[in-house]
Design a protein around this ligand. Structure first.
Ligand code: PEP
Ligand code: MN
Length: 336
């Protein structure tokens, strides 16, 4: 349920309602709009008797939130959430391009890629130090030394960094080095990890599980939100279908569906969505046309030598061409 306060309700009235709600054992999440305060009331699944709150001073009305996700829903917060990463705003008018290699492989590989993607227009650097691989015999990432290389690239380029965190125990370490904690598709329903990411308060890029519904993605975001962290970006990265000519099937539908149901920004990853570099630019353009707030693109200076995801990685010059094409689409839909 949400409690909508009258515009002009005093801080004392809001505090009184909050203390009543908490006194009944519910959790409170405040959303301070430009005009009025909205108090989200979240508890267990028992129905809440709303009438007892409607009589309180300063309350305009109460509204049930019927969807299973509450804090993630537009009913709770109508305005778009903008996640700010050291000055880079995700969820505003600008489409944010996050780019870099699938994995940090070496200092020279990452620094070379970081400079190239910055030059081409990326404003966030990606690169995995901890890699979730299907096979235990595949390259698992450089681990902490990889995080140190990312921090060096950040200092060199000024680009905020997004990198994957795979377990709750890793959250403090990764948060010390990176601006954004990436929760990968394979961990979308790792509830202990979602809990830890929520408590960290650090920005999170939450990727859709490869066999998860949009509702399941939003429920995972709800875990992070309910642990006190609103700085979440949702990422569509393709789902598994019967189609074999691409690695995954990019669910373009997810973009307008999520934008309608949730206030959280949506990032599209056409690299994992297609699995083949030839298709990445076309799907990136489609994503921007469909209303995504950002793109996550894999770039490698020598894709044939990449230790992971070479087939879907763009060479820097192809990435620069993609940015130029996407810029035109962004302008056509009133973004930049
Ligand atoms: C990645 O971004 O390199 C990655 C492992 O993505 P996903 O979790 O979507 O497979
Ligand atoms: Mn990858």
């Amino acid at each position: 349920m949400i409690i909508v306060m009258r515009s002009g309700a005093s801080a004392g009235q809001v505090a009184h309602v909050v203390s009543r709600v908490e006194g009944m054992g519910y959790k409170v999440h405040l959303s301070q709009g430009e005009e009025r305060t909205i108090i989200g009331v979240v508890g267990d699944d028992r129905p809440i008797d709303r009438s007892q709150f409607e009589a309180l001073d300063g309350v305009e009305k109460t509204v049930p939130i019927l969807r299973p996700f509450k804090l993630a829903s537009r009913d709770f917060k109508a305005q778009d959430t903008v996640v700010s990463l050291d000055g880079v705003k995700v969820g505003g008018e600008a489409i944010v391009v996050m780019a870099g290699p699938c994995a940090v492989e070496s200092r020279s590989q990452l620094l070379e890629t970081a400079m190239a993607v910055k030059e081409a227009g990326a404003t966030v650097l990606r690169g995995g130090a901890f890699k979730p691989r299907t096979s235990p015999y595949s390259f698992q990432g450089l681990g902490e030394p990889g995080l140190e290389i990312l921090a060096e690239a950040r200092a060199l380029t000024g680009l905020p960094v997004v990198t994957e965190v795979m377990s709750p125990e890793q959250v403090p370490l990764v948060a010390r080095f990176a601006d954004v904690l990436q929760i990968g598709a394979r961990n979308m329903q790792n509830y202990a990890l979602l809990h830890a990411a929520g408590e960290s308060g650090h920005p999170v890029l939450l990727k859709r599980g490869m066999m998860s519904t949009i509702e399941e993605l939003l429920m995972s975001a709800e875990y992070i939100l309910s642990h006190g962290n609103q700085r979440i970006m949702l990422c569509e990265r393709g789902i598994r279908t019967f189609e074999k000519y691409t690695r995954n099937t990019t669910d373009i539908n997810a973009i307008p569906v999520i934008k309608q149901m949730s206030h959280l920004p949506v990032v599209l990853d056409p690299s994992h969505g297609t699995g083949k570099w030839e298709y990445v630019a076309a799907v990136a353009r489609a994503g921007v046309a469909a209303g995504c707030d950002g793109l996550l693109i894999e770039v490698h200076p020598r894709p044939d030598e990449a230790m992971s995801d070479g087939a879907q990685s763009l060479k820097p010059e192809r990435f620069a061409a993609l940015v130029a094409e996407v810029r035109k689409v962004a302008e056509a839909v009133g973004r930049h």
